[in-house]
Design a protein around this ligand. Sequence first.
Ligand SMILES: NC(=O)c1ccc[n+]([C@@H]2O[C@H](COP(=O)([O-])OP(=O)(O)OC[C@H]3O[C@@H](n4cnc5c(N)ncnc54)[C@H](O)[C@@H]3O)[C@@H](O)[C@H]2O)c1
Length: 337
Amino acid sequence: MTTLACFGAGRIGRIHAGNAAAHPGTTLKYLVDPMAGPEAEAVAASCGAALVSDDRVFEDPAVDGIIIASSTDSHADLLSRAAQAGKAVFCEKPISLDFRLTRQVAAEVEAAGIPCLMGFQRRYDTSFRQVRERIASGVSGPVEQIVMFSRDPSPPPGSYVRTSGGMFRDSSIHDVDMARFLLDEPITRVFAVGSNLISDEIRAAGDVDTLTITLVTGSGRMAQVVACRRGPMGYDQRLEVLCSREVLTVANQPVSTMSITTAEGTLAAPPENYFLERFRQAYAAEMAAFIALIRDGTQPLAGIRDGLEAQRLVEAAQLSARTGRAIDLTPDWSPEP
Ligand SMILES: NC(=O)c1ccc[n+]([C@@H]2O[C@H](COP(=O)([O-])OP(=O)(O)OC[C@H]3O[C@@H](n4cnc5c(N)ncnc54)[C@H](O)[C@@H]3O)[C@@H](O)[C@H]2O)c1
């Protein structure tokens, strides 16, 4: 039996808690959320977990691993405590909005040698993963160019934007991680632009709502992230990879495959509503991977170093957008002065 605890009972916490509790041979013993109210109690009850304080989790030797699905500002401290307690950890992105702390905590996790999976769930999405496997098989030939479209159905409120760390760190971190996953070669140059085209509330919160990031590897392969906080066609998550022998694409996942055709043309179903629906399968698969990591050491598709590197890239992209300069990403480049 694998025993887990989940921190955070919000949007993503309840998904991870549910997936952990539903996994065969796994118990979600505890749920922790300082804002615990009727909603957290309902999540705990549905998972068979006790709602407790954080100390109880770290003091309990029966807990094999913790899931950090709480607000971003709590991740670094919980990672550090997991490292000290020798517990395996599943951590949502980003590690911290403070890069110095991100680096410090990543070093603590590595020094402690605790099993760690970073919550880059797109790596566990069947379609994105098949692209990676096809490239790795050598059939496609070397990757030359990647284009990713990443658009939300509608802009988040200013209150969310103000604490999120901004669009680069909060959202595009998934895209740059996917670029790293598929390019499989260190990215050495980053250039980005960001604009306010759709939301006065986001502008007032000091963030951009539309951005493009260009990532280039040492050998000149490139990836482009095209992202917007609004998608007229709904949640838009598409990908195209140009390889020397093939073009690999991932299309949006429709809510239904039914279409209606008349003499005027064909009406197809819209894409899955948002990330919780689009990546439902991927969230369950990454939880299964976390449990496999604890049970038999099967290495996850994303670890703490991937969390650190993806964050370095979005910090570089944000700096590039602010200064209008391309950032040369030497191995020791850091956003800190
Ligand atoms: N991988 C993804 O697709 C994905 C999607 C959404 C959010 N996230 C990440 O997950 C995290 C949570 O996001 P969300 O949208 O669920 O936020 P949310 O605001 O809906 O929920 C966060 C919850 O964490 C609780 N919390 C705060 N500090 C805590 C602590 N120290 N211990 C336990 N609980 C604590 C809050 O009370 C709240 O209930 C963020 O870091 C976010 O970036 C990842």
